[in-house]
Design a protein around this ligand. Structure first.
Ligand code: NAD
Length: 512
């Protein structure tokens, strides 16, 4: 029944027992249903939140629209200054926010702090970027003409996020959206609404210190109903959606119907190939961390190991041994490796997947199960497990958001790559090898079909400097680093004639 300082952190972050879930930057308001946030770590009620009504949403959009007209006129490097200050503020709140992430979502404290560090990193990245929103210049085919392209903000950016990265995903989007001159509306996951309010409180401090208007950073707590309203609202120029493939399919289709833009960051089914040349000591660590970290609830969690037949038994034995050493328990206690699943519904899905796997012929070499006892009173703690399977099993083709690791054998690397690619999703992938030829084949056009392909590191834990996202049913979107900022802007080609005649393109003559 240790508190781990959580009460103090909640108070520092401005979280109360009863909260209003709508903010445009000034006083909170809300007139929708009541939502309760329970911690999966101890089953306790952390706080209640009144969600957004439809009228609340309309009010937020009106405020955001007004703010955009002002915000887009602030020069990009000045907007970068705002993001710089936000990064500084996040450093001040890192411990408190990391703790709240761990308590409300259930990931280990280290991972909660790591998530806040990602927020800080993307702010630093965005500050530099605010002076580098470059477009090309090109030579016109017409004499006395100049051509170039430039990028303008889009307007209101809608962010709908998943429970498993309850704070970082928002910042990946906002930091870029803001330096690009957009305003944002965020619907955090209804499974981690207090993380949303905490983040909004932090940015409000920065906005107030800079005398900026309400509407630049807005937030609405609510479930799928308010999410659907956002998705169908033509006032929202871009929807950045992070969540399941099931919901992403609906979101993508509806945004496309109204010719809006979307960034879709959906489910993964990530594999590591263990070649006969793998350095097994580090490969096992990479695989186990990837499979059990965040209790298997990362979009990049390692779900499949594709192992060369010559080392299969050795790898299996090492995995069984490693799983025997995993400590499961309260994620705020730094001695534990693995915390709980998000809720009892997730526990049921985990159990159903195990059953399904057994029915299809899966052989569990490490058994799963729900943990019971005082330390596990929330009912959300499960045992990470491992099953020997065939890649073609229906359950293996499906992303179960839980620590179930599927292992399978291969003979040739071509076969292993085909297995790795033979799932509907295409997010993260990795190969463990000390053979350069194998690594290069895996990274080539004949190799992994995923948005992320790694060599000698696992599938989870990406850095913010790269573009993050995946192919196929993962949705094709990219977030975070590289040139992803272009998604948040509209591109315009400009041609200027500085002569006194009007030559037409393609040599067309039009004399009057
Ligand atoms: P989810 O799809 O259940 O919910 C995600 C968000 O969508 C929530 O905020 C929810 O309220 C909202 N939503 C639900 N129905 C909606 C609708 N019809 N219209 C608009 N919004 C709607 O996902 P989850 O269980 O919170 O998160 C887990 C999933 O997210 C996993 O599949 C995971 O792989 C994926 N994920 C992907 C990435 C990535 O970058 N690719 C990152 C994190 C999580």
């Amino acid at each position: 029944n240790q508190d781990f300082g959580i009460e103090k952190s909640l108070s520092n972050l401005g979280i109360q027992q009863e909260n209003l879930g709508v903010s445009t930057g000034g006083k909170y308001f809300a007139n929708g249903d009541l939502l309760e946030s329970f911690s999966p770590t101890d089953g306790k009620l952390i706080g209640k939140v009144t969600t957004a009504s439809s009228a609340d949403y309309d009010k937020v959009i009106e405020t955001a629209k007004k703010a955009y007209l002002e915000f887009r006129q602030i020069p990009a490097p000045k907007r970068g200054e705002l993001v710089r200050q936000f990064g500084l503020k996040l450093r001040e709140y890192k411990d408190d926010l990391g703790k709240l992430v761990s308590y409300e979502m259930g990931k280990s404290l280290q991972e909660g702090l790591g998530e806040v560090q990602e927020m800080i990193d993307i702010c630093d990245f965005a500050v530099g970027l605010s002076r580098q929103l470059h477009g090309y210049t090109m030579h016109s085919e017409r004499p006395g003409h100049r051509m170039y392209e430039q990028y303008h903000p889009l307007g209101i950016i809608g962010i709908i996020s998943a429970f498993n990265f309850p704070v970082a995903v928002w910042s990946w989007n906002t930091a870029l959206a803001w330096i690009c001159g957009n305003v944002t509306i965020w619907k955090p996951s209804e499974k981690a609404p207090l993380c949303g309010i905490a983040c909004q409180n932090i940015i409000i401090e920065v906005l107030k210190e800079n005398n900026l208007p309400e509407g630049i950073s807005t937030m609405i707590v609510g479930d799928h109903k308010i999410g659907e309203k956002m998705v169908n609202d033509k006032n929202v120029a871009l929807i950045s959606f992070t969540g399941s493939t099931r919901v992403g399919r609906i979101v993508g289709t509806n945004v496309a119907q109204r010719f809006g833009k979307s960034i879709l960051e959906l489910g993964g089914n990530n594999a590591i190939i263990f070649t006969e040349n793998a350095d097994l000591n580090m490969s096992i660590i990479g695989a186990v961390f990837g499979a059990v970290g965040t209790a298997g609830q990362r979009c990049t969690s390692t779900r499949r190991l594709i192992i060369h037949e010559s080392i299969f038994d050795d790898v299996k034995n090492r995995l069984v041994k490693a799983y025997g050493q995993i400590k499961i328990g309260n994620p705020l206690d730094e001695n534990n490796h693995v915390g709980p699943l998000i809720d009892k519904q997730a526990v049921q899905q985990y159990l159903d997947s195990i059953e399904k796997c057994k029915k299809e012929g899966g052989n569990f070499v490490v058994e799963g199960g729900v943990l019971e006892g005082d330390d596990f009173s929330s009912g959300c703690y499960v045992k990470p497990c491992i099953a020997e399977v065939q890649n073609s099993y229906e359950i293996v083709q499906h992303e179960t958001f839980a620590p179930i690791l599927y292992i399978m054998k291969y003979k040739t690397l071509e076969e292993a790559i085909a297995m790795q690619n033979d799932v509907p999703q295409g997010l993260s992938s990795a190969i463990m090898t000390t053979d350069m030829r194998q690594a290069e084949l895996f990274l080539s056009q004949n190799g992994s079909d995923c948005g992320i392909a790694n060599v000698n590191i696992g599938t989870s834990g990406a850095e913010i400097g790269g573009a993050f996202g995946g192919e196929k049913e993962t949705g094709g979107g990219r977030e975070s680093g590289s040139d992803v900022w272009k998604y948040y802007m509209r591109r315009q080609t400009n041609t200027i004639n500085y002569t006194d005649s009007l030559p037409l393109a393609q040599g067309i003559k039009f004399d009057l």
